[in-house]
Design a protein around this ligand. Structure first.
Ligand SMILES: CC(C)(COP(=O)(O)OP(=O)(O)OC[C@H]1O[C@@H](n2cnc3c(N)ncnc32)[C@H](O)[C@@H]1OP(=O)(O)O)[C@@H](O)C(=O)NCCC(=O)NCCSC(=O)/C=C/CCCCCCCCCCCCC(=O)O
Length: 717
């Protein structure tokens, strides 16, 4: 068939100008050449196409519109066109394949329309062709979630005609040969009707309700449903017009830019940098063939589960048999659940095999592991004791990681004989679900240790973000002023449900008070007692609402003193149906308690509007972000944004806190902070950071240029 086939595709990414022109030229040439009987389209280097170059969407008119006519050209060809899909066929890549009359895929190929994840919809007629091919429910699922489906599933759905284990191109050529001369009309998707559903209207209505609930203010999923609805209600050409209209709306919504920024930010943070010039490009990771986890509380259980899922043999250690058995049961339950979600189930995970997962109380069994993750509770003395023991037992090359959310990595490292191999790995709960891994280097941490921790994050399918050592690191340090403002707002007249509502409407998965109830108020209470901010070590005569000359709210401490720890005790900032319950209901007791508290402290209650709630919480968090950047704790604003999107439920369609600040406008953030700071001079978190002021003074450059305005390289970097 060599004479009758044409390979006209060549790039994994559709760099539109060159690629589309080549595709058009190739198709026209093939059409005009009587010796060509069929056309096969494939990619280069084992990849069909990852779709359009996402960076190109900043100039949509120039690039975007050109793909649809090409897809139509393919479909209307008088000669059969077969797509040979290897690697990935995503976005515009899959839309090209949908224009073809036949699709052959390699068994390992993946397909999807991920445009929704970058704030768009499949704008080259994908929302109109896919439902015609695989029906509305399956098409809607792919288009609104953007998920990549494996070839086997694509075959079941009818998205591809054949899958092969061997040479996809040869198989596609074989198929092309076979279908020469067969009628093409039934293979042209634009001519097919959308398969009917008995309850189409109800189905689409429910789908819209579901995506709206899940999207929390993100527009793209909703508009995807509207585009698919158009396919069910209108002829193909009109559906395409509607798709284009909706695409245009998304393109100008601002959300697409935020989501595309987030896509590249997540990839940018892999290129880490640390003190002394060490970086991702020069440091090589050590292999991790076996790991250990110390402590099987909530965090340890999730970490063990993550490691087992990543196929890394684990030794799980507890202090005594009682805790060990409790931990073992919980881990097994988590793993059973994870196995059920996986193809191949328990056999794939193999967690009943002691060579893959071993439970022990014997520290000596840690002598041959390559990496230890200590996950005991946040107590410096205990952690130091464990690290001292580890440095005696573990082999010389072993990496010693501490799962801490705030403690000083250098102090923990000082208890060992190998501070260069000590590193912070801050997991987020539940650790087998949450994608973020904050990786904290100490003063002596070696580049190899950082590279190994980053490699571990990748193996665990997490996003590793390398940051410097300070109290709370990046995520929690930015969270402190945010939560502090939320509590101050209660003192001044607001209620937990009002504050949560504003932040959840903004797009947070959960507001600060619901979050605090979920995490447990006792966690922060313990830490504040350790810091001497409350409890028996507080100096007599300390004013109730002041610490170290700054405003302090004792409200969370007072709740803890009442035994209100949140969900676990059935009462916290809200009331719950029972201890351990999850349904938060506003609590009249708390409202009375707040009134009495204000009376006791002579605070005049006032109405606080949504704007003030949002600005005080978010701008104080962002302000701390500028401090972190200025101190060199993180090497760029993308790091902060990736941390917030993946670890703190920040709405991705707003691009992360620092990106959000850039869209609000730095002068506005500064002006508002100045205003609130004047009203609350005893709150340092509201005092505009010098770096923010500087950026405004130099006329608010684009976010990617911010770091170049730091006058001196921070000693941390
Ligand atoms: C699965 C992947 C492809 C690979 O994953 P992995 O192997 O892990 O590698 P990565 O690290 O993720 O990626 C490696 C590097 O490649 C870069 N990359 C990857 N994909 C892209 C991309 N699509 N664009 C740009 N760059 C990309 C990535 O950044 C890495 O580089 P670096 O480390 O950052 O340097 C995975 O990468 C992946 O999932 N990629 C994304 C795939 C995707 O989302 N594809 C869809 C893109 S959108 C699309 O295809 C749309 C096409 C058709 C548009 C038609 C529009 C018509 C509009 C008509 C209407 C006009 C209306 C007018 C409006 C008006 O009125 O104004």
């Amino acid at each position: 068939l060599s004479k009758s086939s044409q390979i006209v595709s060549g790039l994994a990414l559709i760099t539109f100008k060159l690629f589309l022109q080549a595709l058009e030229d190739g198709l026209k040439k093939a059409d005009a050449d009587p010796s060509v009987k069929a056309v096969m389209i494939c990619g280069e280097n084992g990849k069909f196409s990852a779709g359009a170059d996402i960076r190109g969407f900043s100039s949509p008119k120039r690039h975007g519109v050109a793909l649809s006519p090409i897809v139509s050209l393919i479909e209307s060809s008088e000669k059969p066109v077969v797509a040979a899909i290897e690697g990935v066929a995503l976005g515009g890549g899959l839309e090209v394949a949908l224009g073809c009359h036949y699709r052959v895929a390699h068994a390992k190929a993946r397909m999807g329309l991920p445009e929704v994840t970058i704030g768009l919809l499949p704008g080259a007629e994908g929302t109109q062709r896919l439902p015609r091919l695989i029906g509305v429910p399956a098409a809607l699922d792919m288009i609104t979630t953007g998920k990549h489906i494996p070839a086997t599933e694509a075959l079941k759905l009818g998205l591809v005609d054949e899958i092969v284990e061997e040479n996809t191109i040869e198989a596609a050529i074989r198929l092309a040969n076979k279908v020469i001369g067969q009628p093409l009309e039934p293979r042209r998707l634009s001519l097919k009707p959308v398969p009917k559903l008995p309850n189409m209207e109800a189905f689409l209505r429910e789908a819209l309700v579901k995506v709206k609930r899940q999207a929390r203010g993100c527009l793209a999923p909703e508009l995807c449903v509207q585009a698919v609805r158009a396919a069910t209600e209108r002829p193909f050409a009109e559906g395409v017009r509607r798709e284009r209209e909706l695409f245009g709306l998304l393109l100008s919504s601002g959300q697409a830019q935020a989501l595309q920024y987030a896509f590249f930010a997540e990839r940018a943070v892999r290129r880490w940098a640390a003190p002394g010039g060490a970086s991702w490009s020069s440091a090589a990771p050590q292999p991790v063939r076996k790991a250990a986890v110390i402590g099987l509380g909530t965090m340890g259980r999730g970490i063990v589960t993550s490691l087992v899922k990543a196929n890394i043999p684990v030794v799980a250690l507890e202090q005594d048999l009682e805790y060990l058995n409790k931990g073992r049961k919980a881990v097994m339950l988590l793993l059973e659940r994870e196995a059920m979600k996986m193809e191949g189930g328990a056999q794939t995970l193999d967690f009943h095999n002691p060579a893959r997962l071993q439970f022990t109380v014997d520290f000596d069994l840690l002598c041959d592991v390559d990496l230890v993750i200590e996950a005991v509770f946040e107590n410096m003395a205990l952690k130091k004791e464990i690290f001292h023991k580890l440095s005696k037992i573990c082999k010389p090359g072993a990496l010693l990681c501490t799962n801490t959310s705030a403690l000083n990595i250098d102090e923990i490292a000082s208890a060992t004989n190998r501070p260069q191999q000590v590193i912070g790995t801050h997991f987020f709960s539940p650790a087998h679900v949450m994608r973020l891994l904050e990786i904290i280097y100490g003063r002596h941490t070696s580049p190899t240790a950082i590279a190994t921790a980053m490699q571990l994050a990748k193996a665990l399918k997490k996003v590793g973000v390398v940051v410097g050592n300070c109290f709370g690191f990046v995520g929690n340090r930015m969270m402190f002023p945010y939560v502090q403002q939320a509590v101050f707002l209660l003192e001044e007249g607001s209620r937990p449900e009002a504050v949560d509502q504003v932040l959840e409407d903004f797009g947070f998965k959960i507001g600060p008070f619901r979050m605090s109830d979920l995490a447990g108020l006792d966690v922060g209470w313990r830490s504040r007692k350790e810091q001497g901010l409350t409890g028996p070590s507080l100096a007599a005569g300390t004013p109730a609402r002041q610490r170290h000359g700054q405003r302090y709210s004792p409200l969370p401490d007072l709740l803890c003193e009442q035994g209100r720890f949140g969900q676990k005790t059935g009462k916290g900032w809200y009331q719950y149906e029972r201890a351990g319950g999850r349904t938060a209901t506003p609590d009249p007791w708390l409202h009375d308690f707040l009134s009495q508290y204000r009376d006791t402290h002579g605070i005049q209650s006032r109405f606080i509007d949504q704007e003030e709630i949002l600005e005080r919480c978010l701008f104080s968090l962002i302000n701390e972000g500028f401090a972190i950047l200025a101190e060199g704790i993180a090497s760029g604003p993308e790091h902060l944004d990736v941390i917030y999107i993946n670890g703190y439920g920040w709405p991705k369609h707003r691009g992360g806190p620092m990106f959000y600040a850039s869209t609000v406008g730095l002068p506005r953030v500064l002006a508002k902070l100045q205003k609130y700071s004047e009203a609350h001079p005893d709150v340092p978190g509201l005092r505009p950071n010098a770096f923010l002021k500087k950026l405004v003074a130099v006329r608010s450059p684009p976010l990617k240029e911010w770091m170049s305005y730091l006058s001196h390289q921070s000693p941390k970097l």
